[in-house]
Design a protein around this ligand. Structure first.
Ligand code: NAD
Length: 291
């Protein structure tokens, strides 16, 4: 396929490289990052998408997606499909999907989980919103960039799935960290805590697969000084998107709101910026109830 790829950063760069390595013709554009090996560099977003069957965007946020969409929708060939893999507001995805439809183009929102490691290894999971026909056309590309793609319903539903998942993840990480810190104060060894909880009803992905306590459970960012992994500021971004969606849909999400406030303080007022999101554990460790 002829593919246009806009946004060649930490995630988009390796994703585009994997598509090129699999034999597709990839034209890339980024305002700052260099095109990776195998990807043809272009001087504008419009140039990158001209003649493409599929255009993939991997951008920082919804405002930038909207701005890029205004540049590329008029430049895409009729019948081409725009696939946005960025994490953005459900509302932004649905709005750009509407613009694409008016322009006679297909649309999929396809945010990912799996992080930079998954992007490089081609093992991402795609959560997809859009119609069956577009999903079928793009599936061979998802298969190159990832290990799984789930069609979650119409436009915007991929973003909805992503922020629901990450709201659970943020809340669960905080619960796991505060419980470890409380166990410390109760004199309960962390290994004993892990051995019990990971096989009891408190088990979770954050405890069993990504344990925030160094030296406990499978290898995780806690074992390398909380180098991300999944950075606390990216969790903060996703919790903000979750609250925006909750407000728009009149959903009552008190735990999501509390998680947002804790990660906001951690990133903006404490030392969370640049640390893995599991570094909430050392944050809780030194605290008492009044700090
Ligand atoms: P990044 O900042 O490394 O990459 C974004 C790229 O977009 C940058 O290279 C930037 O120069 C480029 N860009 C910005 N404005 C542009 C424009 N107008 N035209 C063209 N290029 C432009 O970010 P990333 O880590 O690759 O994340 C991309 C998206 O993936 C985000 O929405 C993020 O939330 C999501 N995501 C990231 C991770 C992760 O672990 N990094 C995991 C899952 C999802």
């Amino acid at each position: 396929m002829q593919i246009g790829f806009i946004g060649l950063g930490n995630m988009g760069g390796p994703m585009a490289a994997n598509l090129a390595a699999a034999g597709h013709h990839v034209s890339g554009f980024d305002t700052a990052a260099e095109a990776p090996d195998g990807v043809t560099s272009t001087t504008s977003a419009a140039e990158a998408v001209a003649g493409a069957d599929v255009v993939i965007t991997m951008l920082p946020n919804g405002a930038i997606l909207r701005a890029v969409a205004d540049q590329i929708l008029p430049a895409m060939r009729a019948g081409a499909i725009l696939v946005d893999c960025s994490t953005v507001e459900v509302e932004a995805a649905r709005q750009v999907a509407g613009q694409a439809a008016v322009a006679g183009l297909g649309w999929l929102d396809a945010p990912v989980s799996g992080g930079v490691g998954g992007a490089a290894a081609g093992t991402l999971t795609f959560m997809v919103g859009g119609d069956d026909a577009a999903f079928e056309t793009v599936t061979p590309l998802f298969d190159i960039m990832g290990q799984k793609a789930v069609l979650c319903g119409p436009a915007g539903n991929g973003q909805a799935a992503k922020i629901c998942n990450n709201m659970i993840l943020g809340v669960t990480m905080i619960a796991t960290c505060e419980a470890f810190a409380m166990a410390d104060k109760l004199g309960l060894a962390r290994q004993a805590m892990f051995d019990v909880v990971s096989t009891s009803s408190g088990y979770s992905w954050t405890m069993n697969a990504y344990c925030p306590a160094p030296g406990i459970g499978p290898s995780s960012p806690a074992d390398t000084g909380y180098r991300p992994g999944f950075a606390a500021e990216l969790m903060l971004k996703d919790l903000g998107l979750a609250q925006a969606a909750a407000q728009g849909a009149d959903a009552d999400t008190p735990m999501g709101a509390a998680a947002l406030e804790l990660y906001r303080r951690f990133v903006e007022e404490e030392d969370g910026l640049g640390q893995d999101f599991s570094a909430m554990l050392p944050r809780f460790e030194g605290r008492g109830r009044s700090t």
